[in-house]
Design a protein. Structure first.
Length: 289
């Protein structure tokens, strides 16, 4: 199993991969990115990830240096060159290089990087026993820095939230916005089950529109659950029968502890398990959603 990297269309290995220290992605986190994984050796939901990348570029006024079709081919070529049974894929576009100042107008030559490494799944006990999450008062837009919906490399708020969660021996940080409402995880979306009603925060609170979130909403509706995209509070989470997180790498991850309280009866719930089963089945049989 190997790591392969493609920089501006040129394949290389990890030891030889280089970008300029004057690149604004390095200097300021002035970049956009997407994370994907493969099923059956092929990128899953690649078209959706590329179109979200395009939307992020528009929101942050970052120029995509080549058409989406070229980006897609570079990603597929890098996955093929790595030849792993399953791969983790990270694709990045920076605003480019320029003088050391904050003015984005001085940047030129946007840089694109595809990183493909062997995929390592989360430990199975997380799925059979459930994960612990920690509530942190820091939403994506707490500083007003990043437009809602943009998947930016400027991730310090999320990093510090996850650091706080790790100090509490939690798997993930779930962030509260300025009004105390649940927004999203540091790298996940949040769902709560109440009877036959499944609730998740709406996009209007400034969360990222997760690709996995979108598919799980479809799967929940196919199961006959009443789906609501509406606000959630910490009190709501305390009343939920089941909680789970969704993300590209986690798929559907049950949550059985939030801070110092137990979710439901403390066991992984049947709806979370069934949604995970259906998600894996869909991902394994379809390359796009």
């Amino acid at each position: 199993m190997t790591t392969r990297i493609c920089i501006d269309g040129q394949l290389t290995d990890e030891s030889a991969a280089r970008i300029s220290v004057m690149d604004r992605g390095f200097l300021y986190g002035d970049s956009i990115y997407e994370v994907m994984r493969t099923y059956g050796g092929q990128p899953f939901a690649l078209d959706q990830h590329l179109h979200r990348l395009q939307r992020s570029a528009q929101l942050l006024d970052i120029h995509l240096p080549v058409p989406l079709a070229t980006l897609e081919q570079e990603i597929r070529d890098t996955v093929a060159a790595a030849a792993n049974p399953e791969s983790y894929i990270r694709f990045i576009v920076t605003r480019g290089t320029g003088p050391i100042n904050l003015d984005p107008a001085t940047a030129e030559n946007p840089c694109r990087v595809t990183i493909v490494t062997p995929f390592t799944p989360h430990p199975e006990p997380l799925y059979t026993q459930g994960a612990k999450i920690c509530l942190v008062s820091a939403g994506r837009l707490s500083g007003g820095a990043v437009p809602a919906g943009a998947k930016s490399g400027n991730y310090l708020v999320n990093i510090m939230a996850l650091r706080a969660a790790r100090q509490q021996n939690a798997h993930e940080a779930v962030m509260l916005d300025g009004g105390g409402q649940v927004s999203e995880g540091a790298s996940s979306n949040v769902f709560a089950l109440f009877g036959q009603k499944l609730r998740t925060p709406p996009l209007s609170v400034g969360i990222l529109e997760g690709i996995t979130r979108h598919l799980v909403i479809q799967l929940a509706q196919e199961m006959g659950l009443q789906m609501e995209q509406t606000g959630l509070t910490p009190h709501d989470l305390r009343q939920a029968q089941e909680l789970f997180l969704t993300s590209t790498l986690r798929e559907v991850l049950p949550v059985t502890r939030v801070d110092d309280w137990v979710v439901g009866d403390g066991q992984v719930g049947p709806v979370s398990l069934e949604l995970r089963r259906r998600y894996r089945e869909r991902a394994s049989t379809r390359r796009d959603v």
